[in-house]
Unconditional design. Structure first.
Length: 293
């Protein structure tokens, strides 16, 4: 957008912004979704761009008002300018995608080659009866658009391989591992190492789940799975055997999204070289620290 158009948009943003009182009694400037969409249409732009310019001016999209006490406008802008890739759009990935969209991550990349079937209805947040037979990555585009038009989703309908993933994942600030088997995870780890991108790993087996964040220089999956074994049967993963009831992917995906938030905003404790293990049935959450090298 040229400087003149941007200046005109800024003026219109100030005209459309409304004063409101946030939850702690402060007066703040907010922009409604309706006005954001109208401004985007007037300037033949995207709602994403309108959100970015509003946040730069200190105007919060109204939808983020309840974030403001814990996420500053500067941090909300940082999230809006970020790019997160989610590899796998099933149980873990679907939940993560919805949470990232509501959080305000501006760019989402979704990688998944599969379609929805009836066995996905028990846990996969993007799956509905109307979505059966649809590609998961493309359904993510439609569902996110119904939640937050300020988020751009780029779908990749493909199975993750070293030969095709670099293009999809390049430029991401963080990659979320929402895969369901160990061999593909090792492929993903190699790619993120090559690209220098942090990887947030999540996995689940029945009512148990685990989480660990892997930076490019970390030992990573060697801590959890030992050395990579070629030709492993993906269908015999613990998750395939024990199943995946809805509460487990919901919790692990929430922890993964929190790791993404901490990495992007550089705040809080990141579970690096630490595996978090959760057992929902016994109500236990434990941390297991590994040597860094």
């Amino acid at each position: 957008m040229n400087p003149k158009l941007k200046s005109d948009m800024h003026q219109l943003l100030w005209e459309k912004a409304e004063k409101t009182i946030d939850q702690v009694g402060r007066e703040v400037q907010v922009l409604s979704d309706k006005d954001a969409l109208n401004i985007a249409n007037e300037y033949r732009s995207k709602v994403y761009n309108v959100y970015i310019e509003a946040l730069k001016l200190g105007i919060s999209p109204y939808r983020y008002l309840r974030n403001m006490e814990i996420i500053s406008l500067r941090e909300q802008l940082k999230l809006a300018e970020s790019r997160v890739a989610v590899v796998g759009a099933g149980g873990l990935g679907g939940q993560a995608i919805l949470l990232l969209a509501r959080l305000g991550i501006g760019h989402l990349v979704v990688v998944d080659h599969d379609v929805f079937d009836e066995t996905n209805l028990n846990r996969q947040a993007l799956c509905s009866e109307k979505a059966l037979g649809n590609y998961k990555s493309e359904e993510a585009v439609a569902v996110v658009a119904s939640i937050n038009q300020g988020v751009e989703v780029v779908p990749y309908r493909m199975e993750l391989e070293s030969s095709n993933a670099v293009e999809a994942l390049s430029g991401s600030d963080v990659v979320v591992d929402a895969l369901d088997n160990v061999p593909d995870r090792f492929v993903l780890e190699r790619i993120t190492r090559k690209l220098g991108i942090p990887l947030v790993h999540g996995a689940l087996d029945g009512f148990e789940g685990r989480l660990m964040t892997i930076f490019p220089d970390d030992p990573g999956f060697k801590h959890l799975y030992g050395e990579e074994e070629r030709g492993e049967d993906k269908s015999k993963s613990p998750g395939a055997v024990l199943g995946a009831p809805a509460p487990t992917p919901s919790l692990i995906a929430t922890l993964q999204v929190m790791e993404v938030l901490k990495i992007i905003l550089k705040r809080g404790k990141i579970f690096r070289n630490i595996m978090v293990h959760v057992d929902l049935e016994t109500g236990q959450l434990n941390e297991f620290a590994f040597e860094e090298h």
